[in-house]
Design a binder for this molecule. Structure first.
Ligand code: C2O
Ligand code: CU
Length: 491
């Protein structure tokens, strides 16, 4: 990509979704480009309470454009990785083999698991090429989780290493057609994967994270989902991109959110559109209505896209097209008013401040307006939490059995989705106001604001699982530039 012209770089930075010198590639991996479900990982254990699977990470050749092979990195030859399914309380055993050309680990994003299975630099040596590792943990919560590397993760996730983990539980919801959707993006030029860090426009990537020009649902570009009008759909969606927020919207329809990262909400909430940042999940019930032959685009709707005012928001972008075939009648769409009562634990171990700062030289806005060349040789970019740049951090301390208040302050222009390993939290307030829904979370977007500070307050119970954990911004490029801290939970 060294030869991609600067003007084109700037244009694509401005439009974000623009593809320069090539038409938007089509990933028609299925007949008729129907939306596919990720394949289910094969459980080799006959015990119904044990899910035993094998996972191999390795390069995989796919064709985003017919006849143009390109290499991604994938789990079990599937892009995205296979769906791991379990029931609440099950034990999951994963025999992992690394056949990548570099070291890696697997992190089970959102699962409240034993510390030694967390897949970070604090809990294991990275698995070398040709090496293996066994993860063995229990899944205490019913929700959609996901897995991805926690080593060189900005690059490894960008290249395609991510997959969904669905833990089923009892719920009071009406029957619906359930689908898992993994959202991601990558950069394609003439059908070839472009590695963003190779294209010479480093400072914009430092600020934005690695954004691709091609948005994917289950690895597909703009597939078609055929549904009967009058039906009820349940969409379990994970944002598995390493940077891009998705503003979900189905024109003419209400999205009823029934669950978030850690399971069901206390009560359902209706949205016209809802933003999920990198790492977050959403559980939506959608009553779909339309006339035969009609189609409606499921959108990543225009959003300010987390960054400085100089950046033009993304235009509306179709993720997939919902197409109505026949119709059904009498489908029960009554969602109970209460889903999952949540007791707010009382904070008994103090309020703790986490302050996000960024330093960028030159400023991306100056690159965009042309006052600094995009291919300037020397860049400085750092993203800090409490003035500390990972790996030079002093671990935050917590004691088992206590509940801490965490106050996240964002002093930057851009959003930083904040993710905590091993524990879940409740969002108490966003700039002093109650959050739009109540449920257990492990990732929360801390919005940027031009000229102000945004404060997000969390309630974090440390109920179990002593050990060494991390918290970080889920714009994975920001982690590489310092935005990760450590947490030591002691008995
Ligand atoms: Cu999904 Cu520490 O990451
Ligand atoms: Cu960030």
């Amino acid at each position: 990509m060294r030869n991609r012209p600067i003007l084109c770089l700037l244009t694509s930075a401005l439009l974000l979704t623009a593809a320069c010198g090539s038409s938007t590639p089509a990933l028609n991996r299925a007949a008729g480009n129907r939306l596919l479900s990720p394949p289910v990982a094969k459980d080799s254990d006959p015990d119904s309470a044990v899910v035993h699977i094998s996972l191999e990470a390795a390069p995989l050749t796919v064709e985003f454009q017919p006849g143009v092979p390109t290499e991604v990195w994938a789990y079990n030859g599937s892009f995205p990785g296979p769906l791991i399914e379990a029931n609440q309380g099950d034990r999951i055993i994963v025999d992992f083999i690394n056949n990548l050309p570099e070291e890696t680990t697997i992190h089970w994003h959102g699962v409240r698991l034993s510390n030694e299975n967390d897949g970070t630099h604090l809990t294991q040596e990275p698995v070398p090429p040709g090496g293996s590792f066994t993860y063995d943990f229990v899944v205490p919560d019913a929700s959609l989780f996901w897995y991805h590397p926690h080593f060189n993760s900005a690059e490894q996730v960008y290249r395609g290493l991510y997959g969904p983990l669905l833990v089923h539980g009892d719920d009071p919801l009406p029957e619906a057609t359930e689908r898992v959707m993994v959202l991601s993006d990558l950069d394609l030029s003439s059908g070839q994967l472009v590695l963003p860090w190779s294209d010479g426009n480093q400072q914009l990537e430092n600020a934005m994270g690695y954004l691709g020009n091609t948005q994917l649902v289950n690895g597909q570009v703009s597939p078609v989902l055929e549904v009967p009008s009058g039906g009820l759909e349940r969409w379990r969606i994970v944002n598995a991109s390493g940077a891009r927020p998705f503003n979900l919207k189905l024109p003419g329809h209400v999205l009823t959110m029934v669950g978030t990262d850690g399971g069901l909400l206390e009560a359902p909430v209706e949205f016209d559109s809802i933003v999920i940042s990198s790492g977050e999940r959403v559980d939506l019930l959608v009553g779909v209505d339309g006339s035969a032959g009609q189609s409606v685009p499921f959108l990543n709707a225009s959003y300010r896209n987390m960054h400085a005012p100089a950046f033009v928001p993304d235009p509306d972008h179709e993720l997939f097209s919902l197409s109505f075939k026949d119709s059904v009648s009498g489908v029960d769409r009554n969602i109970p008013a209460q889903l999952n009562p949540i007791q707010t634990p009382a904070v008994d171990a103090g309020d703790h401040r986490f302050q996000f700062n960024a330093a960028l030289d030159p400023r991306p806005a100056d690159i965009l307006d042309g006052s600094v060349p995009a291919d300037k040789d020397v860049f400085f970019a750092s993203f800090a939490i409490n003035g500390m740049l990972f790996p030079d951090v002093v671990p935050h301390q917590a004691q088992l059995g206590t509940v801490q208040g965490w106050e996240l302050y964002n002093h930057t222009l851009m959003d930083h989705p904040f993710h905590l390993h091993g524990y879940r939290f409740l969002v108490e307030s966003i700039n002093g106001e109650a959050p739009p829904y109540r449920g257990w979370k492990d990732t929360v977007n801390v919005p940027g604001s031009p000229g102000g500070t945004v404060e997000v307050k969390l309630i974090v119970p440390f109920e179990d699982r002593a050990g060494n954990w991390v918290y970080h911004c889920h714009v994975l490029r920001h982690v590489q530039l310092g935005m990760m801290g450590e947490l030591e939970v002691t008995p």
